[in-house]
Design a protein. Structure first.
Lengths: 540, 339
């Protein structure tokens, strides 16, 4: 660290000598590695194209019928609503829990991030059980003469559930960006006469743009690809129709065509994100050393801030947990040692995937943060397309490839990890890349000029400086992997049980009491991991 | 360096993995290993397969999943599917595999163990247990004489406010598909519209419908026959009974859970042996006792006092055709039967 620190001081002085307009020359090696990674996670697209071509003329007719268009619109409306609601919750929450003197900040933060670990199919069941027309809330209100609550089904139920499950996708990258932010900017703005609110709008928010845009993109992709919540809430979204094609009509060609529509929508969203993230440089170029951001005092805003965090915790985490505990106590279900192995498997699968993805996300992230070329930016974003596809589609694509072209690896751990990576790579790329935009590329150049090899530059300069972003990305991947169901069911080695597959087994047998134990264990294990992960981001 | 410590933490997590993966990899080298893809739950299937292994020495590896997703996996695996036997929760998925040529013909000694209406017309799959569609009714509010002769009579206004159904449930939707095949889309559309106009109450699943009938919230409900017996096992005095529509009525559908041999199996003989075992007396009695479903093999009695399967006049229908669900769902949405 000491070396980096001195090094940083020296380089920052030196940067003054260079005008900013010299483009950073990318080693073509980086491009080649990125191309390889993107090709690997694009396998599902190849599969979908093969299947879609099998549909022929009739497929096109299906694409352009009124019902298909209606559900596309349904999905887009839901996605837009969730994206903005999640940002409205996520940004203030990240700021309050990162940059203010809120009491017990870390506890609130972990609590608020916990909704991320609740699988949407479980969360939706919990919300229906709690807030449904005749749910637990209604039975509590029964003495007051409430015999039925308004229906939770449809748009509002899906909106509520998915917003609560996805706002952590915004909190984590935004938090990383806040941690890396240079306090000097805020202070200069304040000294120039802006009040705190103006500083937030005109100085802080623009710096958050890359992180916010990547978080919102992840939120949108999650919403588009989610099946559990929309099907349980009975909202006629696009994924529901794709699932129906696979599981009810057994028409893989139509399912592929519909999935490609999702991909097309995603390309549009990515273009929007490009525009939002734009070409800002968020790194410090001046003389001196960046110090840690001081905490803002909440003052009279402390109570509203606590209230905000409290309500979020109650609705997001405590309600589902309470329903689970209620079911656990009511039934004969118990926390038995039989769950130990699935819990271990869940942790290992999550840990392994987080490591793999953390590493393979670096080249694309570097490329996207340091490039000015349109081609490179789009190349990296191609890696995002696997994330918009429902888990079932990605899993079936890999079933197709592995069973037919890599039979030796089929139903083994490497293919499972590839499946997870395909789905979750963008989470890591996004968080890492937005952290990289906060690092002055001159550090890398100086490192090179002092004789470090590219790999050493990555290890000794980029990784320490972008650590918060890399960790945030890995945390997202870790938690998402731990709750992933369809990929696990279809690609895992035979007999490889995880907590989600245990939950699924209980749910398939309508044994709600059996559902409590593995779900609570999953939440507990994830909470613990999250706590450990967040401890790592403290700067040394 | 915290980063290093973090990496160590992750590595330690990962090191646990080989331990767990090893259990999985302990596949005996004996050539006699069957791979089963099961759409039915582990709780139900695993004990009977263990028994098969104990009696025959044949090892069985099972992958569990959703019935339809497992069928999709077999289709994607194509010529390289490791599966020998596919066990499904409903006939539609078996029909889909049969249609794509992914099932092998079964020999007649397997097929003839179950009545013709509970197996594929082409001899490609066979039913393992039966699930009858019934009208469950509240015995305090109604007697059997009050009940309609046909499921279509529920459309009459006298049933307004008295019917419960689980319109989001797969079994219900399969039943509507069967009705479409028997009566045509227009007749079913009219029937659905009439039931919606009658204020049929949609519940989340069959269990909730039976509960509502017991509570008298509704008087009758369209469900699978076996849900009632779960309630009766807890309390034999509950005021509810099953009613079977008579005379080959479209209401008297009996769907099946079944199995077939996957076309790429390299040991079809062994696979057939497993299916034959599942159609043996021991397995059939086991299924009946665990699920209250109908044993399909002649001579095996249901575990509870069910109306004998032979006494139900089922409509004439090839259960393989129940795979066309999309049109059913469209119909249910358009008539407002699906919320």
């Amino acid at each position: 660290m000491q070396i980096t620190q001195t090094f940083r001081n020296t380089t920052q002085r030196m940067t003054l000598a260079f005008p900013m307009s010299i483009p950073f020359r990318l080693p073509s090696m980086l491009q080649a590695i990125t191309l390889l990674i993107v090709a690997l996670v694009s396998l599902p697209l190849v599969y979908l194209s093969v299947r879609a071509l099998g549909a022929g003329q009739e497929g096109l007719g299906y694409l352009f019928n009124e019902r298909t268009l209606r559900i596309v619109v349904n999905s887009l409306v839901l996605t837009a609503a969730v994206m903005f609601a999640a940002a409205l919750i996520g940004v203030p929450f990240a700021w309050i829990t990162t940059r203010t003197d809120l009491p017990l900040r870390r506890v609130w933060l972990v609590g608020g991030l916990l909704t991320l670990v609740i699988p949407s199919y479980i969360g939706a069941i919990m919300y229906i059980a709690a807030f449904g027309p005749r749910g637990l809330l209604q039975s509590l209100l029964e003495p007051l003469g409430v015999t039925e609550l308004p229906s939770i089904y449809g748009f509002w139920g899906a909106f509520l559930a998915i917003t609560l499950f996805t706002y952590p996708y915004i909190v984590l990258p935004v938090r990383a960006a806040l941690l890396n932010m240079d306090p000097a900017l805020d202070e200069s703005a304040r000294s120039l006469g802006l009040n705190r609110w103006q500083v937030f709008l005109r100085v802080t928010l623009p710096q958050l743009r890359p992180a916010l845009a990547s978080g919102m993109l992840l939120t949108a992709l999650y919403t588009l690809s989610d099946f559990g919540a929309v099907s349980l809430m009975r909202y006629d979204a696009f994924t529901r129709v794709i699932y129906l094609q696979y599981t009810s009509s057994f028409d893989r060609h139509r399912a592929a065509i519909l999935s490609l529509v999702l991909v097309a929508v995603t390309i549009g969203l990515i273009a929007l994100e490009h525009r939002a993230a734009s070409q800002h440089h968020n790194y410090r170029i001046g003389v001196g050393c960046q110090r840690q951001m001081p905490l803002a005092s909440l003052g009279k805003w402390r109570i509203p801030a606590l209230l905000f965090c409290g309500v979020l915790m109650i609705v997001g985490v405590l309600t589902p947990t309470a329903v689970l505990v209620f079911w656990l106590l009511r039934g004969a279900g118990e926390l038995s040692f039989e769950l130990l192995q699935p819990a271990m498997n869940t942790l290992s699968a999550g840990g392994l995937t987080a490591l793999v993805v953390g590493v393979i996300a670096l080249p694309p992230a570097l490329l996207s943060a340091r490039t000015t070329s349109r081609f490179n930016r789009w190349l990296v974003k191609f890696a995002y397309l696997g994330n918009v596809l429902p888990g079932l589609v990605v899993a079936l694509a890999l079933v197709f490839f592995a069973a037919n072209y890599l039979p030796a690896l089929y139903q083994t751990l490497p293919i499972l990890i590839l499946g997870y990576s395909t789905r979750f790579l963008p989470m890591s790329i996004g968080a890492t890349a937005s952290a990289l935009t906060q690092i002055n590329p001159r550090f890398e150049e100086i490192g090179r000029s002092l004789g470090l090899r590219p790999l050493h530059v990555t290890m000794r300069i980029i990784m320490p400086l972008a650590r918060t972003g890399i960790l945030a990305g890995m945390a997202l991947v870790f938690l998402s992997t731990m709750k992933e169901l369809p990929t696990t069911l279809l690609l895992a080695p035979t007999g490889f049980q995880t907590l989600p597959t245990e939950i699924w087994t209980a749910h398939a047998q309508v044994q709600m009491s059996q559902l409590g134990a593995p779900s609570l264990l999953l939440i507990a294990v994830s909470a613990l991991s999250l706590f450990i992960l967040l401890r790592q981001e403290k700067r040394s | 360096m915290r980063f290093v410590r973090f990496a160590v933490f992750l590595l330690l997590t990962v090191l646990v993995l080989p331990v767990s993966a090893q259990d999985v990899a302990q596949v005996p080298l004996s050539s006699e290993t069957l791979t089963v893809y099961s759409g039915r739950s582990e709780d139900l299937i695993a004990p009977i397969l263990h028994q098969f292994t104990a009696e025959t020495g044949v090892q069985v590896e099972v992958r569990y999943g959703n019935t339809a997703e497992m069928a999709a996996v077999i289709l994607e695996e194509g010529d390289n599917s490791p599966a020998d036997v596919y066990i499904a929760q409903d006939a539609g998925a078996l029909g889909a595999l049969a249609q794509e040529g992914r099932l092998l013909s079964l020999p007649s000694d397997i097929l003839t163990r179950v009545p013709a209406e509970f197996r594929s017309n082409d001899g490609l799959w066979v039913g393992l247990s039966g699930r009858a569609r019934v009208l469950v009714y509240n015995t305090e509010l109604l007697t059997e004489a009050d009940l309609p002769a046909s499921i279509l009579d529920l459309a009459s206004p006298e049933w307004a406010g008295r019917i419960g159904w689980a319109s989001t449930n797969g079994s219900f939707q399969a039943h509507v598909t069967a009705m479409r095949l028997l009566l045509g889309d227009d007749a079913v559309r009219a029937w659905l519209e009439a039931l919606v106009a009658n204020g049929a109450v949609a519940y989340e699943g069959n269990t909730a419908v039976v509960q509502a009938v017991i509570d008298g919230e509704v008087q009758v409900g369209l469900v699978n026959h076996y849900y009632l017996y779960g309630f009766l096992a807890d309390n034999p005095d509950i005021p509810a009974a099953n009613y079977f529509f008579p005379g080959g009525d479209p209401g008297a559908l009996v769907n099946v859970a079944g199995a077939g041999v996957v076309s790429t199996s390299d040991q079809p003989g062994l696979a057939q042996r497993l299916i034959l075992y599942l159609l043996g007396t021991a397995a059939q009695e086991y299924f009946a006792a665990e699920t209250y479903e109908y044993p399909l093999v002649v001579g095996v009695e249901p575990s509870v006092e069910l109306r004998p399967l032979a006494g139900i006049e089922v409509p004439v229908l090839d259960l393989s055709d129940l795979s066309d669900l999309q049109a059913t769902l469209d119909l249910l949405s358009e008539t407002g039967a699906l919320p």
